[in-house]
Each structure stands twice: as C-alpha cells, then as structure tokens.
Design a protein around this ligand. Structure first.
Ligand code: GLN
Length: 538
C-alpha cells in the first residue's frame, strides 16, 4: 500500500518546504523505499511557464516537456530521479481539467462544484501515483501558506484522504518559530495559530516541524505538542543549515524518517537504516573545500537569487566534486559596457551566460562573450547564452555586422538565429516551444563528445529559436564547430570553439539534469577548465 505524506506550511512563506519535502524523500529512499515528490501549486496559471522569473524564480523543465515549479528541481537533485508533468499540478490545471470534463458532459447534468468535483480532481492527481504501483511513498507538498483562500480545496482534499486512508496518510506541518530579541525568547504562538487554522479545516497535523534560527528546547517542543495536539517526539526542529544539502542529515538526526515510518505503521526493526554514505561524501567535499573557483554568471534576472537556481546548484555540485569552493558573482547583463567589462570580469576564472527571453540585456552578453572568447576565459553559454555566442561570432569574426536573432530583429539580413520552417508549422499547430528532452548526436573528436563520453545524449530544451543552418559551413570554416546535432531534424544543439581552451554553447539546458549523486559532465568539465585557467587578465 502506498503511503501519502502531505507537507503544508504555516506562519510564513519561503521556509523551505520544498527542501524539507525533498530531504524526507531522500531519507526514505536511502532506506530502500521507492519515493516520488509532488508539488501542488494553488495559483491559477495552468503552469508556471508564463510566470516572470522575478515572480516565482526559475521555471524548471521536466524530461516530458512540462514547465514546472522550481521545487521539482530540488526533488530531482535530492532524490536523483526524473520528475514528470504529473509531479506538478496547479489550480489552473485542476480547473481546466474539470471544465473540459464538464463540457464533454462527463458530470451527467450535475452542478459542478468545488466539493466534490474540484477536490476529486485534486485527489485523482495525487492518488494516480499510488495506483501506478511504482511508489511506496508519495510526498505531496502544498504550495502557499495555510489560511490562504487559494489553498483551501487542497487542504480539504488532504482532510478527505486522511479520513479515507487513516494511517497510510500523514500531514507534516512546517511552521516558523520567531526569536524575539528584546524578550530573548522563541515564540510558539504563531505556530499554535497556524495549527488551529489547519484544525479548523479538519486536518490534524501528525508531525510539526519548527523552522528556527535558534535551538528549540525540549520544554518548548513539549509546549507545542500539548497545544497543537501532537506527540512530543513528533515535534521536530529544523535549525538554519549551512547548506541545503545538510538538511537531510539534520532531519535524520531529528529522527524525522523514523517518526514517519512509525506513524505509517512500519516496524522500525524491520526497515534498513538510511544509507547516506554517498550523500555524506558529497557533503564532506562541499564543506571542506577551501580553494576558490571564481565564476561569473551573466544574466538579466540576477537580482533574484532563485531565478537561475539550477545553474547555481549545478555549479555547486561541480565545484564540490572538484574540491573547490564556488564563488559565484552575478553580473546584470544590462550593466555591461565595452568600457567596464574588463573590471567586471577581473579575477573571474569562468563565465556562464544565462538563458533568457527577449532582447533586454543581450548586448551586454555579446560584450562579455567577446571578452571571454578573446581572452581565452572558459565560457559556457546556455540556450539564449549559446545563441548569443553564435551572434557575437557572426558579428565579430564572420564580419556580419547586422547579425542577429529573429527574436530580437525580424528585419536583419543575417538571422544567424532563426525560427526554422518546421518550428513555424509547430507554432501554427499551437506548440510554441521546443520543450523537454530531445536526442543529440555528438560529433567524434569534439570536446562535447569527450566530455559526455558518448555519441548520443538526451537533454532538455525550452526555446523557440534555432541556429540557422544556412550559415553552418561558414561558422565551421571559421572555427566554431557544431559538435552536437539533433539526429532527426539536424538542428544544431551544441557549438564549440576550436581555438579556445573551453568555449561551449548548448541550445539545451544541462543545468536541469545535474543531481547531487550524478553531477553533470558539462559543468564538471567547465569548472575544471575554470580551475586550470590562468589568464593574463587575472
Ligand atoms: N530566447 C531564446 C529562444 O526562445 C532562448 C530561450 C532560453 O534561453 N530559454 O529561442
């Protein structure tokens, strides 16, 4: 029987529900269970693809081409699994499904209501994981904060599932315990109120996790247990951690996995202990590395720390495995000029040019790329970053001064980045983006083939525009090699410079598939090149 664990949040947002849910998944998986994590988002967008990264952080992309919440990135990195469209549901999607069913006449003349129709659709999307027979545990994180109007149907679905499944279902409530400096005291009242809010909706939490910046005493835990009607050993604290990757171990020390197993009816003496050897080895490397590797991230959303989450984490994995400490400097591409680029990049050993849509800040990317190309600084261009590499090369090496992407300038004579004809047909059919994993064949003898140690790979895409084939021969003759192409369509997926220590652009997003136990080879190779870089500009 599949066990359903729900993670709700109270008191404040941004407490790290996603990291906590991923950490619990990690611990249960390390005990030999088959686990998946799911995120339910209470907003009305059908998916987060249309959300500005400033609003909601990075948009993560699953292998099956779903634009998803960034928490799915945490799930993949922590559990070393691939998630799919079904791992992220929004209110918009729930309503869309219900309305489609209503239009088809599936409800046989009934009045369609939040209860039972919306709640049933929510439950169907949760229980489908259990029915697949693939999982022992399904951990479902409910976005938002208890008490929000938007999350009420989700909480009602949790109430019903708890009522129907008894001990096969648990609710973990994550709250915040503020420290009042003037009183020198941790305060539990907000926790009590948020638990009351859950109880009013008919849900009694089974486990309470207190996020805190100070150690919570046993006495305080007892108080929370008493007032919130939970077992004392089911009140767990989650103190601020030096790294998100330490949270699973902190939760193990607090016996979170044991309490979950005990409450879902397992005999602890019959379940193997969590084997965290590999995880610990990574953490050891991450925490003991002192030699710095300085990487600059050039992008247009750098002010928000979550906008390039997967890139930051991929670089963190690669630096740790290379026994170096990542020092990441974000540079807003809008601020870059030919005059300040040398000082902005001073001391940097590697440059990542970020993905992006629209032309804001793109000229700054060209300047940074020219500088990296001419000064032999290792450089990785991702998606729009790769397109910018192509345009910069066309302008400054091939001599096409008006070279551009069709995305930024439809009238240019030299669209080196274009929308392909088959892409235009796809758009006419309603599909506006190349999304999800596509195969890519690597050319023998190139850096890409050497890095991947493979002839055929699959990587995730999220873009509309493509390298323009018409110019391929010219680029290759001038030293920019197309080292990866789609075996079916021939679309160019990777470009690299021959006469440069490390200058690679990928039309796809390698950052979506780097995990703690399986760091991405491109990032490993890039960071190694950065470590080896001794530039004259340093
Ligand atoms: N703007 C580019 C395109 O749509 C790249 C998008 C991205 O970087 N994700 O093709």
């Amino acid at each position: 029987m599949t066990k359903y664990i729900f993670v709700t949040g109270g008191v404040a947002s941004s407490l790290g529900k996603g990291i906590l849910a991923a950490s619990l998944g990690n611990l249960l998986q390390a005990r030999g269970f088959r686990v998946t994590n799911q995120k339910l988002d209470p907003y009305i967008n059908v998916d987060p693809g249309t959300l500005n990264p400033y609003e909601h952080g990075e948009c993560f992309v699953t292998v099956d081409g779903h634009e998803a919440d960034l928490d799915l990135g945490h799930y993949e990195r922590f559990l070393n699994i691939q998630t799919h469209k079904s791992n992220n549901i929004t209110t918009g999607r729930i309503y869309q499904n219900v309305i489609e069913k209503e239009r088809r006449g599936d409800y046989l003349g009934k009045t369609v209501q939040i209860i039972p129709h919306i709640t049933d659709e929510i439950k169907r999307n949760i229980m489908a994981f259990g029915q697949s027979g693939e999982f022992d545990f399904v951990i479902t994180e409910i976005g938002g904060t208890v008490g929000d109007i938007e999350s009420l149907p989700y909480i009602e679905a949790v109430r019903q599932i708890k009522w129907e499944y008894g001990h096969d279902c648990l609710c973990i409530h994550l709250t915040y315990v503020p420290y009042l400096n003037a009183a020198k005291e941790l305060k539990t009242k907000p926790t009590q109120h948020s638990v009351q809010e859950l109880q009013k909706a008919g849900v009694q939490p089974d486990i309470i996790i207190l996020r805190t910046e100070h150690h919570v005493s046993d006495e305080l835990k007892r108080k929370v247990a008493l007032f919130c009607n939970v077992d004392q050993h089911a009140v767990i604290q989650s103190e601020d951690a030096s790294s998100i990757y330490r949270v699973p171990l902190n939760m193990q020390e607090e016996h979170l996995d044991e309490v979950v197993l005990e409450k879902t009816g397992f005999d602890l003496s019959k379940v193997k202990k969590a084997d965290m050897t590999d995880w610990n080895a990574f953490l050891q490397k991450l925490e003991s590395a002192t030699a710095p590797v300085r990487i600059a991230l050039v992008g247009k959303y750098v002010q928000l720390q979550d906008a390039y989450k997967s890139i930051q984490e991929s670089l963190t994995h690669a630096a740790a495995y290379s026994d170096h400490k990542l020092i990441l400097t974000s540079i807003l591409s809008d601020d870059i000029t030919s005059d300040n680029i040398a000082s902005l990049l001073e001391g940097q050993q590697g440059i990542v040019v970020a993905p992006g849509f629209g032309n804001r800040g793109v000229e700054g990317k060209f300047i940074a790329l020219k500088y990296a190309r001419e000064n032999n600084i290792p450089c990785l261009g991702i998606c729009m970053g790769m397109q910018a590499m192509v345009i910069e090369f066309a302008r400054n090496v091939l001599g096409y001064k008006d070279a551009n992407s069709m995305e930024f300038d439809e009238r240019t004579k030299h669209n080196v980045i274009d929308m392909m004809d088959d892409q235009k047909t796809m758009i006419n059919k309603g599909a506006s983006m190349r999304l999800g994993a596509y195969p890519c064949r690597l050319k023998q003898g190139t850096k890409a083939a050497e890095i991947y140690q493979s002839g055929l790979i699959a990587e995730r895409h999220r873009h509309r525009y493509e390298f323009n084939h018409k110019y391929q021969a010219e680029f290759e003759a001038a030293g920019m090699c197309c080292s990866g192409t789609n075996p079916d369509s021939g679309l160019v997926e990777i470009i690299e410079l021959k006469n440069h220590p490390w200058y690679i652009g990928t039309q796809f997003h390698p950052e979506y598939s780097s995990t703690v136990l399986n760091p991405h080879p491109l990032f490993i190779s890039f960071v190694k090149a950065a470590i080896d870089f001794v530039g004259t500009h340093c």
